[in-house]
Design a protein around this ligand. Structure first.
Ligand code: FAD
Length: 509
């Protein structure tokens, strides 16, 4: 890490990036703010969008957030016995600054940390098991893979250093109209290249061996994205960063951030499903016509519609994820963009693990591994198996060993059959299954990433998931879309799609 980045990171960590830098620069003459904004979807993306839209447009605008299901979307929990457990997005990287900022702002503490230990399973036996001793892990990895482990960390660090630039750009109010422009501003042509090739191609190109990819990298992409090393290199790097130390979660459940942001943004939650958005033209008081968006929605009591100045779509526009019709737009806006979402089934089992499934002779009472990752072997029925802790860690909590009945989380591409459950568990008293269309099925090259701008004042947040899907990515996209909406409303083109921002802003720190 170079000293320049170190100082940027240090400043970001100290929170100086939240000081009122932008407001100084944005006091020019502005036209009236919009009167009504609609946000479609109340996952972390939609609720963060409501938060940032309020920040950009001030207290006068009415913000409605439409959500037919539970607030939180892919951040969800289920109750098993007396406790709740995460079934969707669970861990957050220590450098995910928007997520950090949200919990600070909302006064929600991070979850108490419970140390974890990892192992790798090839379908027959455990090929690697983390020791409690750092030096033993280090020597084992050095023996088998040389310095690949350290080089991988350095490679991920170098990408993370560039990734962190987005926080500075956003603090200064800069926004981007396409995923490609946003990625280019962070990491230049290098980021576009890795987004359009597989992680395997990228890492082989960086000199990593196929054995290292199969035995170490693939288990990480499988647990984080349910997919192989043929996901794109950018989401691959995000996935590898997700295997670093210092990961955290939100006390009481990650979805608390969504309800907190909704409350903080003073938005109105409309518990309804948006069925269509159409563009309407109306005469205005001042003479020329004005266009509005008509949002049609349905709930248990029937259907209704309302007019908005700005609309933000904060749910994936893909088969199986949403079904919104866009009418009256030229060129037409599709209900579904090309590409599909990948299925990952989360199965929580309150039961006793069958140690022989893991091909280990270790005694269950001594087995304290929490995360069992899997290699990409043919016929492998699971992506991972983890011993999980409740969303709120009780006082004096100690994760029980495998000899005790406890909650295990299995990620698999298909629902587990009774036979498969019997193979993995000696007994169980409850099972909860959540099938997710979890994240994009990444098949680079991405030639047609959806745009952030669908129409003049109609924005699309989940386009960025095609670079990488994560809570922080939705938060970054939310801020980008709020900034874009603000600048385009006030015709401030100087803060949109600016080139060479990294060099231009270097002097500002
Ligand atoms: C199993 C799993 C594990 C994951 N692990 C992690 C992790 O550890 N760390 C991490 O950072 N990320 C993780 N992710 C990814 C992360 O959860 C997502 O990237 C993020 O939550 C997406 O948030 P979002 O708000 O953009 O979308 P969503 O959460 O999908 O929100 C969209 C919302 O829109 C609503 N909606 C849909 N259609 C309509 C409509 N017509 N009208 C109104 N509302 C509508 C939906 O009900 C939903 O609530 C994981 C995801 C899954 C599924």
């Amino acid at each position: 890490m170079n000293p320049q980045t170190l100082s940027l990171r240090a400043l970001l960590f100290l929170g100086l990036w939240h000081t009122g830098r932008r407001s100084l620069a944005s006091t020019s003459e502005l036209k009236d703010p919009p009167k009504k904004i609609a946000v479609v979807g109340a996952g972390i993306g939609g609720t963060a969008a409501a938060f940032y839209l309020r920040q950009e447009f001030g207290p006068g605008v009415k913000i409605d957030v439409f959500e037919p299901e539970v607030v939180g979307g892919r951040l969800a929990t289920v109750k098993m016995g007396d406790y709740e457990y995460e079934t969707g997005g669970s861990v957050i990287h220590p450098l995910n600054l928007h997520m950090k900022h949200f919990i600070e702002k909302l006064g929600i503490p991070p979850r108490k940390d419970v140390p974890s230990k990892m192992a790798i399973f090839d379908g027959k036996e455990l090929t690697f098991e983390e020791s409690d001793w750092f030096i033993i892990n280090f020597l084992r990895l050095l023996w088998r893979y040389g310095f690949s482990f350290l080089r991988m960390q350095m490679w991920v660090e170098s990408i993370l250093d560039k990734f962190m630039r987005i926080y500075q750009y956003q603090q200064y109010g800069y926004s981007f109209t396409t995923v490609e422009r946003l990625l280019h501003a962070m990491g230049g042509d290098g980021f576009l290249t890795i987004m359009n090739q597989t992680l395997e191609e990228t890492m082989i190109g960086e000199g990593f061996s196929q054995v290292f990819l199969n035995e170490i990298v693939a288990p990480i992409t499988r647990v984080n994205y349910g997919q192989s090393v043929r996901i794109n290199g950018f989401v691959g790097a995000v996935s590898l960063a997700g295997a670093e130390s210092g990961l955290w979660a939100v006390d009481g459940g990650n979805k608390r951030v969504c309800s907190g942001l909704l409350y903080h943004s003073k938005s109105e939650l409309i518990p309804a499903k948006v069925t269509s958005v159409s563009v309407k033209v109306r005469p205005s008081k001042t003479g020329p016509t004005t266009s509005y968006y008509e949002v049609n929605y349905a709930d248990e009591s029937g259907s209704a519609h309302a007019l908005y100045d700005i609309v933000v779509i904060a749910t994936p526009l893909h088969q199986g994820k949403s079904d919104i019709t866009f009418s009256g737009f030229s060129p037409p806006i599709p209900s579904h963009y090309p590409g599909r979402y990948h299925q990952t089934v989360t199965t929580l089992v309150h039961g006793m693990l069958n140690m022989s499934y893991l091909g280990t002779s270790e005694h269950a009472s001594e087995f304290t591994v929490s995360d069992i990752l899997t290699t990409d072997t043919k016929g492998s029925m699971i992506n991972s198996l983890s011993s999980i802790d409740p969303v709120h860690i009780p006082a004096d909590y100690k994760r029980p060993p495998a000899s005790k009945t406890k909650v295990w989380k299995v990620f698999s591409p298909q629902p587990l059959s009774q036979e498969q459950l019997k193979e993995m568990f000696l007994s169980w008293d409850s099972v909860s299954e959540t099938p997710w269309l979890a994240y994009p099925s990444y098949r680079p090259p991405h030639r047609r990433t959806p745009p952030f701008i669908l129409h003049n004042r109609l924005y699309y947040l989940n386009a960025l998931e095609w670079a990488a899907s994560a809570m922080e990515m939705s938060a970054i996209s939310a801020r980008n879309v709020a900034l874009l909406a603000h600048h385009r409303w006030h015709s401030q083109t100087g803060r949109i799609d600016q080139e060479d921002l990294h060099t231009r802003l270097r002097g500002e720190l």
